[in-house]
Design a protein around this ligand. Structure first.
Ligand code: BTN
Length: 323
């Protein structure tokens, strides 16, 4: 059901009568009612008042291609391919893995099958967070891309710093944490020839105002403590944030084969969650305990164990504080 135009009207947070909505959309009041009901399916809380009509309390900051483009720095603009802002998609990562060109960007208001690392689901309610994927083509194979997901974490944390959201920590390999709670995550997926010309999709999920959805009663289970930018004081537009992220990400992707992870190592280390603390590492082959020493020049995890210092890398590995 197409609710885009209805949302465009209601996103101002003001009351609109059913009659007025019908007139503006060129549909019957019954059709308006159906669309309003569909908004509930999307977990968008619509308040109804007999006398005044319908509104979305607090309004909604919908994605806008034009606003993102105008927030983009010129050196990123020249690297951008096709920019699409979809209402709904299975996964922005899947969409760009299937087809696209270098520099294409896909955003969606909602993902029906958003995914995280290690086969997990990524909770993707409508219009509240950021679901952003960028497609990039590299011709040096995936070894030239070591540490890329950690580098993206650094770029995101630094972008957030610049807009006044401080104290973002990075949990290896690529979780963004604030106060120990998860704020976002990065999922990098690769296609094509892994030893030569390959396609990389960098997927970013950032919680922005998820608390609105949960407060309004959407049933959901997120299996770890989380936070969102709104709770951290963010009140700017998602579009401006998206422009700022792409402004740093696109030039960094372009530059990555030349300089690699080394230029990010110290920046990552300075934000490393649980640095010098006891951690547990979960491996497909079993678990291991030690003290977290940070990362090496390729982005591998350094852990001091009873057997000496060990290095870990690979998508199936995760860690947890053992304090
Ligand atoms: C994680 O922490 O497990 C990584 C989460 C990555 C989620 C983003 S949302 C945009 C993109 N599309 C997806 O399906 N996943 C990534």
């Amino acid at each position: 059901m197409d609710v885009k135009q209805l949302l465009d009207i209601l996103s101002d947070g003001e009351f609109h009568s059913g009659e007025n909505l019908g007139l503006r959309l060129g549909i019957t009041r019954a059709a308006v009612w159906k669309r309003l009901q569909y908004l509930a399916v999307l977990d968008i809380p619509v308040e109804a008042s007999r006398a005044r009509g319908y509104r979305i309390l607090g309004g909604m900051d919908l994605l806008s291609r034009d606003r993102i483009l105008s927030a983009l720095a010129p050196d990123a603009r020249v690297l951008l391919g096709n920019l699409s802002c979809l209402l709904e998609v299975e996964s922005t990562n899947s969409s760009l893995l299937q087809s696209g060109g270098c520099g294409d960007v896909c955003l969606a208001e909602r993902q029906t099958a958003g995914r995280g690392r290690r086969g997990r689901q990524w909770f993707s309610p409508y219009g509240r967070n950021l679901y952003l994927s960028v497609r990039w083509h590299f011709d040096q194979g995936i070894t030239a891309l070591e540490g890329l997901s950690l580098a993206v974490g650094v770029l995101l944390a630094e972008t957030l710093d610049r807009i006044g959201i401080a104290n973002i920590h990075l949990k290896w390999p690529n979780d963004l944490l604030c106060g120990g709670n998860k704020l976002g995550g990065i999922l990098i997926e690769v296609g094509g020839d892994l030893t030569g010309e390959c396609v990389v999709v960098v997927g970013i999920g950032l919680n922005i105002s998820m608390s609105d959805v949960l407060r309004d009663g959407a049933a959901t289970r997120i299996d770890q403590p989380w936070t969102d930018l709104k709770q951290l004081g963010f009140s700017a537009s998602r579009n401006d944030l998206c422009g700022a992220i792409l402004s740093s990400l696109l030039p960094a992707l372009n530059d990555y084969p030349v300089h690699g992870f080394e230029q990010y190592q110290d920046r990552w280390q300075s934000r490393c969650a649980y640095l010098n603390q006891p951690i547990q590492v979960f491996l497909p082959t079993g678990n291991c305990e030690g003290i977290l020493l940070g990362v090496d020049g390729q982005g591998a995890l350094r852990v001091a164990t009873k057997e000496g210092e060990l290095l870990f890398s690979g998508g199936e590995i995760s860690l947890r504080s053992a304090v």
